[in-house]
Design a protein around this ligand. Structure first.
Ligand SMILES: Cc1cc2nc3c(=O)[nH]c(=O)nc-3n(C[C@H](O)[C@H](O)[C@H](O)COP(=O)(O)OP(=O)(O)OC[C@H]3O[C@@H](n4cnc5c(N)ncnc54)[C@H](O)[C@@H]3O)c2cc1C
Length: 402
């Protein structure tokens, strides 16, 4: 067993939330040790579509207006960070697209998009036909397109950049013990090494923050007084279409719903263009077998983008859970959720776009418990950190003809 020096804060989980919090704590003088069981962000962050939502998706429906307002506030924080003016400096993060598009094929859909554009006046602008991006160039006259001031970032590049803004040891392993120390002044964290599970690390900290997404459930179960039930998951079956004909970043809305019919972003797979497709179709896909799901993707694409052809394209799907703080009825929380159980806390940003706000909320809880940072930064001389892969780059994906 290897005992490591005491640190101010142990952060468990190195997705976007844990890495952002680590950077914030480092900048504020706290010593941080980060623990992750696998490649960083190898949960929701690397499965995300990378859209820094400004709330337009949620302006479609009355019930999601609070989320929409909070996302606008978070958007200012991202803008600052992208300009290098925030606490976390995101200059150099790879942008996949500076905007997303909202496109509609029928009159009712257009009305929905028009309503959202009124609610989000400064962020949504209708695009004239001459300004259509290539993906809409062959669309029939009934198709309307709005540009949304909503950037899309490359999640891997984002993780790398945020990682570089923090300091302190990074341990790879599974947390097997979370106990209060005998005088109640901190938490002892037992970790089974990821390389050799018979090797154990012991880390002592003034407090512990769990930012492990779905993994928070198991972690809270280890802490006496923690509540495993504080976490809820909402699954998705996302589609991947390899060999798509154009780049596309955008939503095809559904009247009266904050769930678009389709949300499409574009990635790269060894030089081939991959569409990553979510939205309502991905929620419904959870209960479907892959073949039935592929059929519903084909029919939604034929409905929303009927002018496009996909010669030689292939399709696959991936199941992934969204992990969130529990709400009554299991609906999506309006914003980030932080739950504190004494010296152990759990954070769920709810959306990648909420991360700056989630990290601020967690920071406040930490500061209440550990007002004076001891600056106990422990560095590992050679940290080999691996970032997770996109789902379409993962091994074992079963591609079939689209
Ligand atoms: C398909 C999909 C698309 C999405 N698209 C968007 C989008 O476009 N825009 C947006 O704003 N939001 C989006 N989201 C939501 C967004 O991805 C998440 O809110 C955000 O990434 C959560 O980040 P996180 O750091 O809390 O968790 P995660 O990214 O899940 O990171 C958790 C980390 O904890 C580690 N871990 C897990 N268990 C343990 C354990 N027991 N011990 C140690 N480490 C552990 C994992 O290895 C991982 O590194 C999407 C989500 C999904 C599923």
């Amino acid at each position: 067993m290897i005992s490591r020096p005491r640190t101010d804060v142990v952060v468990i989980g190195g997705g976007i939330c844990g890495l952002w919090l680590r950077a914030l704590l480092t900048r504020s003088g706290y010593g941080v040790t980060l623990i992750d069981r696998g490649p960083l962000g190898d949960g929701q962050t690397m499965h995300s579509q990378g859209i820094l939502h400004r709330g337009v998706k949620y302006a479609f429906s009355e019930s999601a207006r609070d989320t929409s307002e909070l996302l606008k506030a978070a958007g200012d924080r991202w803008d600052q960070a992208m300009r290098g003016e925030g606490i976390v400096d995101l200059r150099g993060v790879a942008s996949l697209s500076p905007t997303t598009y909202l496109w509609t094929v029928g009159t009712l859909d257009s009305l929905t998009a028009w309503t959202a554009s009124k609610a989000m006046r400064s962020a949504v602008h209708e695009v004239g036909r001459s300004g259509f991006p290539p993906v809409f160039a062959g669309a029939p006259g009934s198709v309307r397109v709005w540009s949304v001031d909503e950037p899309v970032v490359d999640p891997g590049s984002l993780l790398n950049r945020v990682l570089s803004q923090g300091e302190g040891a990074i341990l790879r392993g599974r947390v097997v013990r979370l106990t209060e120390n005998p005088d109640g002044s901190g938490v002892e964290v037992g970790v089974a090494s990821g390389d050799d599970p018979t090797r154990r690390f012991e880390v002592a900290a003034s407090c512990v923050v769990c930012t492990a997404g779905e993994g928070n459930r198991e972690l809270l179960g280890l802490w006496a007084g923690g509540d495993e039930g504080a976490c809820q998951v909402r699954p998705l079956r996302m589609a991947m279409i390899d060999g798509a004909p154009f780049d596309l970043y955008g939503h095809c809305p559904r009247p009266g719903s904050d769930k678009p019919r389709l949300t499409v972003t574009t990635g790269d797979r060894d030089g081939s263009r991959v569409w990553y497709v979510g939205g309502d179709v991905a929620e419904r896909g959870v209960g479907q077998a892959p073949a039935a799901f592929h059929d519903s993707i084909r029919s939604e694409i034929a409905r929303c983008l009927p002018w496009l052809r996909f010669p030689g394209a292939r399709i696959a799907s991936v199941m992934i859970n969204r992990a969130e703080g529990r709400t009554p009825g299991g609906r999506r929380p309006d914003g980030p959720v932080v739950r504190a159980f004494g010296r152990v806390m759990a954070v769920w940003p709810t959306k990648l776009a909420f991360t700056p706000i989630a990290a601020d909320m967690a920071f406040k809880e930490i500061h209440d418990r550990v007002p004076d940072a001891a600056r106990s930064v422990s560095r590992d001389p050679e940290i080999e950190v691996e970032i997770g892969r996109t789902p379409w780059s993962a091994s074992g994906v079963e591609w079939v003809r689209f």
